[in-house]
Write a new protein. Structure first.
Length: 321
């Protein structure tokens, strides 16, 4: 099954767990099991005309279901409200094949997991995997108060609950003040994973940098960009490797818009270059990377490009479409 294909699912249980958070169980709609996923992976959920990205927080060895945690965003773009207000048990929906841009390091001897709010969801799946493999880890969750702790009941039910440390800003226990205690000095075999709001991820990466952590040992997933993306620029030509069709990309349009206009299937979700939904293989040419989902090394390799926001450094960019 290719990354662009959609999977039919049926909504199972919908369980409130935390202020403005529901756990949504997604079951196979047919006789075949759901595609497997790795801890840290996410899917695009198609609901109510929206396509939104949600991390999978279930156990990655359970082919019988996916579970996503959805926070009702007060200032969101409508996707989370659609889940909370319209989705019911028994509904049929579609999700993308799971993708992972936030995977576990299989060689790490100890993993420090740091979550801010609903950024907890992919780290729950990581904790499940690490516990099952008997590997050492600790999970720090930062939120405003006990009342705003997402997935509190779920965390309390897990066999690894003794590895969870909760931090409440309302009690003066914020990441800003606790960073030196949470982010240790680097050493061989140590890995750091951070997911949450921009303020927390920026503080955590700054702390790790100050401690001279190796870049490869610091893993971050963003929910928002560090700065607004600029998608405009010089015009260029994009070529579809499958057909040889050459398409002009004007200075005020994106590669994704051009591909869609010419009938090529492009999966879009965040449209900011932070989710990886639209990553497309590069056959020839040099992209002008403007995403924040690929690593520095991945940018240097020029093997894939985020067509929602990136452009081209060369007059022609040939893509695997």
């Amino acid at each position: 099954m290719s990354a662009g294909e959609l999977v039919d699912v049926v909504v199972g249980r919908i369980t409130p767990d935390g202020e403005r958070v529901v756990l949504v169980e997604l079951l196979p709609a047919g006789p075949h099991p759901l595609p497997p996923f790795e801890a840290g992976a996410h899917v695009d959920l198609h609901v109510g005309g929206f396509v939104r990205q949600y991390s999978l927080l279930g156990s990655d060895d359970d082919a019988g279901r996916y579970v996503v945690g959805v926070l009702r965003e007060r200032a969101g773009r409508g996707g989370s409200a659609a889940v909370h207000d319209t989705v019911r048990s028994g509904d049929r929906l579609q999700v993308s094949v799971p993708r992972n841009t936030f995977g576990l390091d299989p060689e790490a001897e100890h993993s420090v997991l740091v979550a801010g709010g609903i950024g907890l969801t992919p780290l729950v799946a990581m904790a499940e995997r690490l516990h099952r493999e008997g590997r050492s880890f600790e999970l720090h969750v930062f939120t405003w108060s006990a009342g705003t702790l997402p997935l509190g009941a779920h965390l309390a039910s897990r066999p690894w609950r003794d590895r969870v440390v909760t931090h409440f800003s309302s009690a003066g226990d914020s990441f800003r003040g606790k960073a030196p205690a949470v982010v240790p000095r680097p050493r061989p075999g140590l890995a750091l994973y951070v997911c949450g709001p921009l303020g927390l991820t920026a503080s955590a990466t700054a702390c790790a940098s100050a401690l001279e952590w190796p870049r490869a040992d610091v893993h971050v997933e963003h929910f928002e960009r560090s700065a607004p993306v600029e998608t405009g620029g010089d015009a260029f030509t994009v070529v579809a490797a499958s057909t040889g069709t050459a398409m002009a990309v004007a200075g005020d349009e994106t590669i994704a818009e051009v591909l869609r206009r010419h009938g090529y299937d492009v999966v879009l979700s965040c449209e900011q270059g932070i989710c990886g939904s639209c990553l497309t293989g590069v056959v020839d040419g040099v992209p002008d990377h403007r995403d924040e989902v690929q690593t520095v090394d991945e940018h240097a390799a020029n093997a894939q490009v985020n067509v929602c926001c990136s452009r081209s450094q060369t007059p022609t960019l040939t893509l695997a479409v």
